[in-house]
Design a protein around this ligand. Structure first.
Ligand code: ZN
Length: 436
């Protein structure tokens, strides 16, 4: 399998760390960032590596040579003038395989590349973009996908104040089919993938797939970001982040836990985030715990809210959390309800399912999709139903007394901890608070 790395960057903002070296040569805990990338590529079987070089190419050529010292085969292609990310790839197209992975030389990552490759092949798309939530969606360019995962729009900053978007950001890691790029060979450079080519491909009717990931991938292009990445590397967080490694998670209920319990939220206006919820989720995010919302939404079966309406509510939730520097990795909901016979209901959803809490279908689905480790995971909720779900799934349970249950009125068992908010729940889960 082939990987192409955009390694031409000058790294002006990292000048103090780099001297005259190109950006991918910046030292990250004892070796160049580019060497970390090549180690990851080799681990996942991407042993044919093409380096697209620009600034000071000899420093990279001299260090990596033909790649044999690193267990891969390396070809070096030098561009005479900066062509932009897409321009550089288009200029090198003849040297590339039918499908290739494109890596940006200033990102640190630990992604299960085999899994990404397989998902791209199954999608049949022209290109697949790795997308993920971040802690500042308000000033990030966002990607909108449909329920099948196909990209339907790119939303560049600034975002209009009266619209909410899901927190999905282009992480700058792509699987690309060469034949899909061929029609663009003669497009004028400089040309950037995210800003120019992908929007044009979408407009021309080419299919782009959004591959959602909970894994670590961050740009290290400024001194501050580089220092964050180095700290994450030294703490072991990056090493643990691959989807190939089972991850601990916190499953969290929605109504009454993250947002105010009102009588069935069926439109975004009724959705208000509770004090401490965003702060608590942010604390969990910062330690690398995966955060998954699991919620019963019988409003769908009742016909009070459509799937599209529910997406809008969730977009508002993600925007509100994002404004406070917090994000959820995934949202799972049950649209069903067992009791038939009401006006306006959707009979096909009026069924006994295995996903309506306290059944554990949502939890097991998330564990499968995201490779989560239930033995190291938690459940946070406000109701007896949540406690039962946690018990059925074998998860320790933290009750927040913001919604339904109130302190101690549980028939089904005793929570591990009763918290006043998600923030307090997070402190307990992270070991910063003792049981009462
Ligand atoms: Zn269900």
């Amino acid at each position: 399998m082939q990987a192409v790395i955009l390694a031409g960057g000058k790294g002006t903002r990292l000048r103090d760390r780099l001297g005259d070296l190109p950006k991918p040569m910046v030292d990250l805990a004892g070796k160049p960032l580019l060497e970390h990338q090549i180690d990851l590529l080799r681990t996942h079987g991407f042993t044919d590596v093409v380096l697209l070089l620009g600034h000071n190419p000899d420093s990279i050529r001299n260090y990596f040579g033909d790649g044999s010292r690193f267990g891969v085969s390396i070809r070096h292609i030098v561009e005479d003038e900066p062509l932009g990310s897409a321009g550089a790839v288009l200029a090198a197209l003849d040297a590339l395989d039918e499908t290739f992975l494109l890596v940006y030389g200033d990102t640190m990552l630990n992604v299960d590349l085999q899994r990404f490759w397989t998902a791209h092949a199954a999608s049949g798309a022209a290109a697949s973009l790795l997308i993920h939530p971040n802690d500042h969606p308000f000033d990030s360019d966002l990607v909108e996908i449909d329920p099948a995962g196909n990209v339907v729009a790119f939303h560049a900053v600034p975002h209009p104040p009266d619209r909410y978007y899901a927190n999905l950001v282009n992480a700058a890691l792509y699987m690309i089919r060469k034949d899909a790029l061929a029609p663009w060979r003669d497009a004028a450079a400089p040309l950037d993938f995210a800003r120019d080519l992908f929007p044009r491909m979408l407009q021309a009717g080419q299919r782009l797939y959004g591959y959602r990931s909970r894994e670590y991938i961050k740009d290290a292009g400024t001194p501050k970001r580089l220092d964050h990445v180095i700290a994450d590397y030294l703490s072991g967080r990056i090493g643990r982040s691959s989807a190939a490694t089972p991850a601990p998670a916190v499953f969290i209920d929605r109504d009454g836990t993250i947002n105010e319990e009102v009588n069935r939220v069926s439109e975004p206006g009724a959705f208000r985030i509770l004090p401490g919820a965003a702060e608590g989720i942010r604390k969990l995010n910062r330690t690398g715990l995966v955060v998954v919302v699991v919620t019963n939404q019988p409003v769908i079966a009742r016909g009070d809210c459509t799937e599209a309406g529910l997406r809008e509510i969730h977009d508002k939730m993600e925007s509100g959390l994002g404004d406070a520097g917090a994000f959820v990795d995934a949202i799972y909901y049950c649209p069903h309800h067992p009791d038939k016979g009401f006006a306006g209901e959707r009979p096909e959803l009026k069924i006994r399912c295995d996903c309506r809490k306290p059944a554990i279908g949502l939890v097991t689905q998330a564990c499968r999709d995201l490779n989560l480790d239930p033995a190291r995971s938690w459940f946070v909720g406000d109701s007896e139903t949540d406690l039962l779900t946690a018990r059925n799934a074998g998860l320790p349970f933290v009750l927040v007394d913001t919604g339904h249950a109130g302190r101690g009125a549980m028939q089904a068992g005793v929570p591990e901890f009763v918290a006043a908010s998600v923030s307090e729940a997070a402190d307990f889960i992270l070991g910063r608070r003792s049981p009462q």
